[in-house]
Design a binder for this molecule. Sequence first.
Ligand SMILES: *[C@@H]1O[C@H](CO)[C@@H](O)[C@H](O)[C@H]1NC(C)=O
Ligand SMILES: *[C@@H]1O[C@H](CO)[C@@H](O)[C@H](O)[C@H]1NC(C)=O
Ligand SMILES: *[C@@H]1O[C@H](CO)[C@@H](O)[C@H](O)[C@H]1NC(C)=O
Ligand SMILES: *[C@@H]1O[C@H](CO)[C@@H](O)[C@H](O)[C@H]1NC(C)=O
Ligand SMILES: *[C@@H]1O[C@H](CO)[C@@H](O)[C@H](O)[C@H]1NC(C)=O
Ligand SMILES: *[C@@H]1O[C@H](CO)[C@@H](O)[C@H](O)[C@H]1NC(C)=O
Ligand SMILES: *[C@@H]1O[C@H](CO)[C@@H](O)[C@H](O)[C@H]1NC(C)=O
Length: 285
Amino acid sequence: MRSAVRYRETRSASLLCVLLIAVTGVRGLSNVSIDIPLAVAAGTTVNMTCRYDLQSDTLYTVKWYKGSEFFRYVPKELPPIAVFGELGAKVVRNRSDEHRVVLKDVQPNHTGKYRCEVSGDSPSFNTVMVSGYMHVASLPNGRPQLRIEKMRYAVGDTVRGNCTVPSGNPPANVTWTVNGTPVNSSSIKFINEAIGDHQQHTTVAELDLETMQDSFSNGRLQILCHANVFHLYKETAEVSLKEERPRLASVLGTRESSYIGSGTKCTPEYFYITAMTALLLCNLR
Ligand SMILES: *[C@@H]1O[C@H](CO)[C@@H](O)[C@H](O)[C@H]1NC(C)=O
Ligand SMILES: *[C@@H]1O[C@H](CO)[C@@H](O)[C@H](O)[C@H]1NC(C)=O
Ligand SMILES: *[C@@H]1O[C@H](CO)[C@@H](O)[C@H](O)[C@H]1NC(C)=O
Ligand SMILES: *[C@@H]1O[C@H](CO)[C@@H](O)[C@H](O)[C@H]1NC(C)=O
Ligand SMILES: *[C@@H]1O[C@H](CO)[C@@H](O)[C@H](O)[C@H]1NC(C)=O
Ligand SMILES: *[C@@H]1O[C@H](CO)[C@@H](O)[C@H](O)[C@H]1NC(C)=O
Ligand SMILES: *[C@@H]1O[C@H](CO)[C@@H](O)[C@H](O)[C@H]1NC(C)=O
């Protein structure tokens, strides 16, 4: 009942205020903004700020909501701070005030939209609400593990491997680089495994990359798996693979190109093979 009456009052008061502004140029509550972190780690303490400029107004209330109201500041009351519910119990009262709410030991289920509502006192009863989103992440408790099928690859072979990030919530973002160059997304597959009752996820990123002539740098493939959870967790796992050059193929290759280059040029190997063949033939006789 009281709130309904107050809202009607607020309506007419706002109208009056608009008229006042139009006539006198006096402005009330303005420039309201919320400043909360995009992401924090579970178990930490969070500062949340609601900024506003009262100008000619006086403050009536500041209320904070996540779904329902969990914090209220009323300067006319003693004490001015009141807290509600499970989130209210996380409020550090002596560090919170009309502009700031400090929450301790936040958990992943405190992820969500936070709203701050500021109201001016009579006669204006201006009310402005602003909101922001905060992620509370439970970080993976360990480094990513990289497993590659084998250590040597010839051009044209497919490199297959897995990068496994220990469980967390939300799941980590995984990207790959080969010799410093990001791997095309068509070579990557993700498997998210939900485990436990706290919506923890293990992330397994599978790499399936066909090597080409220019994939190798000095006969090496430097494979890096990068795992990120916002700016809170940044870890990499690394492996260095070798190019496999079949010996026979490479010898034949040189000889062949030598022949094409100039018919008369003979490589030492050619002489050696010829000599060996001659010896062999002599022995056979
Ligand atoms: C609003 O506040 C920001 C900083 O909080 C300030 O830079 C800006 O000038 C203010 N704008 C107005 C219109 O008062
Ligand atoms: C929260 O605010 C207090 C006081 O302004 C400051 O000392 C502290 O570093 C802040 N904490 C974070 C996590 O921003
Ligand atoms: C807030 O109160 C706690 C005890 O409840 C005390 O240990 C702490 O020093 C106080 N902090 C400030 C900033 O007053
Ligand atoms: C959030 O999770 C904690 C346990 O980590 C639990 O005690 C609390 O009731 C949960 N809160 C909500 C709003 O679900
Ligand atoms: C990668 O993980 C998949 C699925 O768990 C498995 O089938 C595959 O053998 C793994 N590959 C390597 C190289 O560990
Ligand atoms: C990724 O691979 C696909 C298919 O192989 C190709 O069409 C696409 O152009 C590639 N993108 C980049 C950025 O190389
Ligand atoms: C993963 O990356 C996407 C796109 O860059 C980003 O929007 C998202 O917040 C990231 N998630 C995590 C957990 O870092």
